[in-house]
Design a protein around this ligand. Structure first.
Ligand code: SAM
Length: 241
């Protein structure tokens, strides 16, 4: 990036947003090491040793390294303002879709919130991590035009609806395949969330993965999210359905 672009960056909408978020993180710090200390180090190393693949940076074994993934997840929680909500007064109920190794829910719990994960059981590492972290998880595969297992999810959440539904680095949307979700699939998915799982005033936070061409959405999908009031920052979309 040229020096002039760097200097002018805070004046662009994206630059201004990132400046605001950075300032907010400074004002409301969250040290991922405090979260790390809540994990039994001996048991964590046992799980990691079973699944570690040296040099693997792309596929799921990369998630064995808590020191690498907790900082990102602490930042996700900060950017969602989860460390500013006075959790003691108003703990949030979080549903994390495609919950992976559970790092985000662990940060949520550290902050006084509660959460449930949903994932397939394709990757044993994720199940072992949820067991180690003692976090609740529902095994299910998100499929286009199929409702989520609402009864089971609500049951794991004490019968309550969720204040926040998150999905980070999304792969359930036909990512990098010819079956990539269009507005129709997203419409069904969001309608299902709103009807069966979200509490009144609840938020949905989606973080898309880049497709083969580096894009996050087709122009049609981008316009569709915008028309639904989506607050969009590159891959990230915050909705209040
Ligand atoms: C790229 S990983 C992201 C994991 C985690 N959200 C994170 O950001 O660290 C994608 C996750 O989505 C899950 N996943 C993929 N397809 C899915 C589907 N159809 N239904 C539910 N989960 C799915 C994977 O098992 C994995 O946990």
């Amino acid at each position: 990036m040229r020096l002039t672009d760097k200097l002018l960056r805070p004046l662009t909408p994206r630059g201004w947003r990132s400046l605001r978020l950075g300032l907010r993180r400074m004002l409301h710090p969250l040290d991922w090491r405090d979260v790390h200390r809540t994990i039994d180090p001996v048991e964590l190393e046992k799980v990691a040793a079973r699944h570690r693949v040296p040099g693997e940076e792309r596929r799921w074994p990369k998630y064995v390294d808590a020191e690498k993934w907790l900082p990102l997840n602490a930042r996700r929680a900060q950017d969602l303002g989860l460390n500013r909500v006075p959790a003691a007064k108003r703990p949030l109920r979080v549903l994390d879709l495609g919950s992976g190794a559970g790092y985000f829910l662990l940060v949520c719990r550290h902050l006084g919130h509660t959460g449930v994960g949903l994932d397939t059981d394709d990757i044993p590492l994720y199940g072992e991590m949820f067991a180690l972290l003692n976090l609740p998880r529902e095994i299910a595969r998100i499929e286009k035009f199929q409702p989520l297992p609402a009864a089971a999810l609500l049951n794991k959440n004490g019968g309550q609806r969720f204040d926040l539904v998150t999905a980070f680095s999304i792969a359930f949307n036909g990512h990098k395949s010819p079956a990539l979700w269009s507005t129709r699939e997203w419409d069904f998915f969001l309608h299902d969330l709103k009807t069966h799982l979200l509490a009144p005033g609840g938020r949905v936070y989606l973080d898309l993965n880049p497709e083969h061409d580096g894009s996050f959405y087709t122009p049609e999908l981008l316009a569709w999210f915008r028309a639904r009031g989506g607050d969009i920052d590159r891959s990230k979309i915050l909705l209040r359905p």
